[in-house]
Design a protein around this ligand. Structure first.
Ligand code: AFP
Length: 349
């Protein structure tokens, strides 16, 4: 069968058959999520035509102004997924607390963590946005109430991760730990068709992606990292090109296909509270799983993103993700500074 004729459902069923313990519940989860994304995609595509643009005036848990389409996407996913019969709980970037599937619906063992419409500040200018998701299996016994502890799992525990990209075409890119696959929505038949089988991220890239306006908020090691990508001291002998959309799904998608690195480092906007912006559970962890499954890497500068143990639902983390060579370079520079700082500390004793 030619790639372009394989639907995402066929692809999921094929992988389900490869696993003797599979019950089909995971495939059901995916199918419901796909339906929610198709509805969001339809609304995003006509965003300029109907009265869904503009701010609602509300503020979400991250202190950002919420747009109508964010709310719409959030509501659609929650509505569909609580009825899927396979989830026990969800967490959304838009909700402060975890969302337990109500008693009136059948519950299952899976947990869905998602960012319903990432990059929403780009909606008004018709730039790509997306839905990011991470799928976990609950740790506590099914007879007990699901707890926050069930949500706070390191990235290595994810059983699936991916994103929907609403762009020039709508795409689904996902992994269940057996490689990364990309599907493009064919609007004429309403199906996601396999368009990018077994995506591999190039070992070294030519592009770096970072919001460089924060230069004055960065520490010395971070400035050295970014300077390295602008420099010529690399196997190509040329500076990396800069590309930054400001929508993680779009910047990550380009990085996955073309290689290079996406960075959102820790900054010192508030010197007392240095922090990254991106959320560990609904942004960094799923992107890290995709990157690793495609042969790339993801780090916070010192630790592998996939191994970071979360301690709160909306925890933020610095993120460096992309081609293996480029991400290793980042870790190398941070390590060099950490060793130097350690030596300086020793000298000052
Ligand atoms: P919005 O959803 O508010 O547009 O934020 C998008 C985002 O979380 C992520 O998609 C981008 O990579 C990042 O923020 C961009 O942040 P900066 O504007 O600080 O560069």
């Amino acid at each position: 069968m030619a790639y372009s004729q394989v639907t995402v459902t066929e692809h999921l069923l094929y992988h389900q058959q490869q696993s003797p313990q599979a019950t089909g519940r995971f495939t059901n989860l995916f199918n419901d999520l796909i339906l929610a994304a198709k509805i969001i995609s339809r609304e995003v595509n006509k965003a300029g035509l109907v009265d869904v643009l503009g701010f609602t005036g509300d503020v979400n848990v991250q202190g950002e102004r919420v747009k109508k389409l964010d709310e719409y996407a959030n509501d659609i996913i929650i509505h569909r997924m609580e009825r899927a019969g396979v989830l026990c709980a969800m967490a959304s970037e838009e909700n402060a607390e975890m969302i337990v599937v109500p008693d009136k619906f059948k519950r299952g063992e899976y947990i869905l963590i998602f960012d319903p419409l990432d990059g929403s500040s780009n909606i008004d200018v018709n730039v790509n946005i997306g839905t990011i998701f991470s799928i976990l299996r609950r740790k506590s016994p099914a007879m007990q109430d699901v707890t926050l502890g069930d949500m706070l799992q390191a990235g290595v525990e994810q059983v699936g991760a991916g994103y929907f990209l609403y762009g020039t075409s709508t795409m689904l890119v996902y992994t269940t730990g057996q490689g990364v696959y990309g599907f493009t929505l064919d609007p004429s038949v309403g199906e996601f068709l396999l368009s990018h089988p077994d995506i591999r991220i190039p070992e070294q890239g030519k592009i770096y992606s970072v919001n460089e306006s924060y230069w004055n908020y960065w520490d010395e090691p971070t400035r050295e990292v970014v300077s390295w990508f602008k420099g010529v001291d690399n196997p190509r002998g040329k500076p990396h090109s800069l590309r930054y959309i400001g929508s993680l799904v779009a910047d990550f998608h380009r990085t996955l296909l073309y290689g290079g690195i996406f960075m959102y480092p820790m900054d010192y906007r508030d010197p007392k509270r240095p922090r990254g912006k991106l959320r560990l559970l609904c942004e960094a962890s799923p992107m890290a799983m995709l990157a690793e499954q495609a042969g790339g890497l993801a780090t916070d500068g010192t630790k592998r993103i996939m191994e970071i143990e979360p301690h709160e639902l909306h925890q933020r983390v610095p993120l460096f993700v992309g081609s293996e060579y480029d991400v290793r370079k980042v870790s190398e520079i941070y390590r060099k500074h950490a060793q130097k700082d350690g030596a300086d500390d020793l000298r000052s004793i």
